[in-house]
Design a protein around this ligand. Structure first.
Ligand code: DON
Length: 326
């Protein structure tokens, strides 16, 4: 909590602190993503949040500074890199922007739909296709593009958690099968093992809830960093990405999330949620009216792969502060 801030900001920070503790126990309704063995070491009752507004006003509560891996949140970043470096038409020729209503690791639509173009870049199939089209011939070059964009968002160099990467690399049988199938139907540009390694390395990049809030803030400003005024991503790419987050970012819970939270968001199985809140008009003075980014960390996830306590906390904040875009 920022104690030097105005009284209304301190009240808002105290509310967030209270709500966080209220929802922390909901972690018991979910489980850690132990299909990635290294994630079993996380503390299921951790819950952290960070909100950052356009003017720099910041609220931090709980385990906002605990590092965790991006996992599927990285799909937003790789999609942005692909659109910026390859151009939107090139990317959309190879991956669609339609929700599936299926689990994130589903393979079924690749075969039932011809020619099998992945439905969107937020599911594993689409993200592996996107990883294969990142510029560069090697894993290192491709991953570097992702790390570089992240550095522009958060202002510091992020690192890959090698333990988490190795742990998933050794157990990624389903993703490997997705990658081989994509190669067979012509939707993978790189070698299968290169695309898979890029994808799993991007998933293993370590962040905090505060880092996610910073990314969400830049998206809220349509790609412009509010403090440096640097255009980090083109406006039309930022807008398309937010639409994708809203329709596909929470997988087969995206409809409910849109209905009850009403904000573009992207989850990861390590418990992260990246949320972007656009500026809004309200009939009363509410926090973050000019938009903000929100980062959540809560590693106990539901059957869709979303942080149980995190989603409940977001639902509450969005309702209290009238943040839904609808
Ligand atoms: O590919 C996987 O299964 C993980 N590396 C990422 C999945 C994920 O985060 C889905 N999210 N909610």
């Amino acid at each position: 909590m920022d104690s030097s801030a105005a009284p209304e900001h301190q009240n808002a920070a105290a509310s967030v602190q209270r709500w966080l503790e209220q929802f922390r126990s909901c972690a018991s309704q979910g489980q850690l993503a132990t299909y990635i063995p290294a994630l079993a070491d996380n503390n299921p009752t951790d819950l952290g949040i960070c909100l950052i507004g356009r003017e720099g006003q910041t609220i931090r509560a709980g385990e906002w500074n605990t590092p965790f891996t991006l996992q599927s949140v990285s799909k937003v970043i790789s999609f942005l890199v692909a659109c910026i470096t390859r151009g939107v038409p090139y990317v959309l020729d190879r991956v669609d922007v339609e929700p599936t209503g299926d689990p994130f690791n589903s393979i079924i639509r690749l075969e039932t739909n011809k020619p099998g173009k992945p439905f969107n870049p937020m599911i594993n199939a689409g993200a592996i296709t996107v990883a294969s089209m990142l510029p560069g011939d090697t894993v290192e070059e491709k991953v570097e593009h992702i790390l570089h964009l992240l550095e522009r968002f958060v202002g510091k160099r992020l690192a890959i958690n090698e333990d988490v990467f190795e742990s998933e690399w050794g157990t990624a049988h389903r993703n490997r099968s997705l990658a081989y199938y994509l190669k067979a139907i012509g939707y993978l540009e790189a070698d299968v093992e290169v695309a898979l390694e890029v994808y799993l390395k991007q998933c293993a990049i370590e962040v905090t809830a505060e880092d996610l809030a910073q990314i969400g803030l830049v998206l809220s400003c349509d790609g412009i960093h509010p403090w440096t005024h640097e255009q980090i991503i083109p406006v039309e790419v930022a807008k398309m990405t937010k639409a994708l987050m809203l329709t596909c970012g929470m997988y087969n819970a995206s409809g409910k999330f849109a209905a009850f939270v009403g904000l573009p968001a992207k989850s990861g199985v390590a418990g992260g949620i990246l949320v972007t809140v656009p500026p809004r008009v309200a009939d009363q003075d509410l926090p973050f009216l000019s938009g903000c980014g929100i980062g959540i960390y809560g590693p106990s996830i539901d059957e869709c792969g979303n942080s149980v306590a995190g989603v409940k906390l977001l639902k509450h904040i969005s309702r209290e502060w009238k943040m839904s875009i609808f």
